[in-house]
Design a protein around this ligand. Sequence first.
Ligand code: SAM
Length: 325
Amino acid sequence: MLIDKFGRQITYARIAVTDRCNLRCFYCMPENAMHFLPRKDLLTYEEMERLSKILTDEGVTKIRITGGEPFVRRDLIHFLTNLRKNTKLNELHITTNGVLTEQYLDQLKSINISSINLSLDTLDEARFLEITRRDEFTNVMSTFNAILYHNIPLKVNMVAMKGKNEDDIVEMAELSLSHPISVRFIEEMPFNGSNEDHGLISYQEILDILSSKFGELSKIQDPENSTAYHYKIPGSKGNLGIIAAYTRSFCGTCNRIRITPEGIMKNCLYDGGGLNLRTLLRDGSGDRDIAAALQTAILNKHKDGHLAEANRDKSTFESMSSIGG
Ligand code: SAM
């Protein structure tokens, strides 16, 4: 088992399979001047499968595949299918922007994907283009409808930003009225590949916007280790979540680690660095050596994201796509 020095067991790993993306969301990366990793620096699918096996042998039961945009990496479905053969893995989830995803939904359904997180920051086509700098709104909405059609559990994630899409919050929340989905509002985090600062809308402000439209929301039970606080508009089929990703009020029950596309294990989004798993996967280290290295690295996990941030090198500006958001 992988346990940190506060007694928290790690049961959830988020693996970013690429840093490349087919959108250029302004809050995630600059439009140009992104330096993507060369292929040789990415973990191979075989390396990620081996790593997943080591992780599940050590008690990880849930894996999320993310990126960059996972579907821009060739043969992703093959990799997911192989991961699904690991009987110790109870849950396999994926986070996607929905641009290329629709064509893979039959296969995702057939491997029994546990859920899809679809990123969508607005329901307005022009605003989508402004935010993502790519004209892909129609494809993403088509994916949204197709996920519902395939009856795959769906969470829609919207990064809420002052002066950009705060007036989309209500319309996005309304998606939960007639669809059995979770619509989640995320505080913007400082991972846009530069030191640009945008206007944060806090958890409380998001809640106030929702309450002023829908009246008092019912607070519902949050799943164990959830980063979202869940609410429901009375009578709705779905629910709402607010993720205080910047305020970081949920770190106490953290059960997760992240693996970046080049194989760095991070204990926290806000962590500067961590264990280089790629080196271990390529230097002949055995599975037990890698498991031991993971355990040692997990002992360095900070109590919360504020401490992790205080201890990071502030001279580099990471993009969420290279950490695996
Ligand atoms: N490409 C996939 C997608 O769009 O869902 C997976 C990777 S993307 C980095 C994962 C999530 O991180 C998306 O929901 C995106 O909106 C979110 N994200 C990116 N930059 C962020 C930031 N600076 N603050 C908060 N969330 C961010």
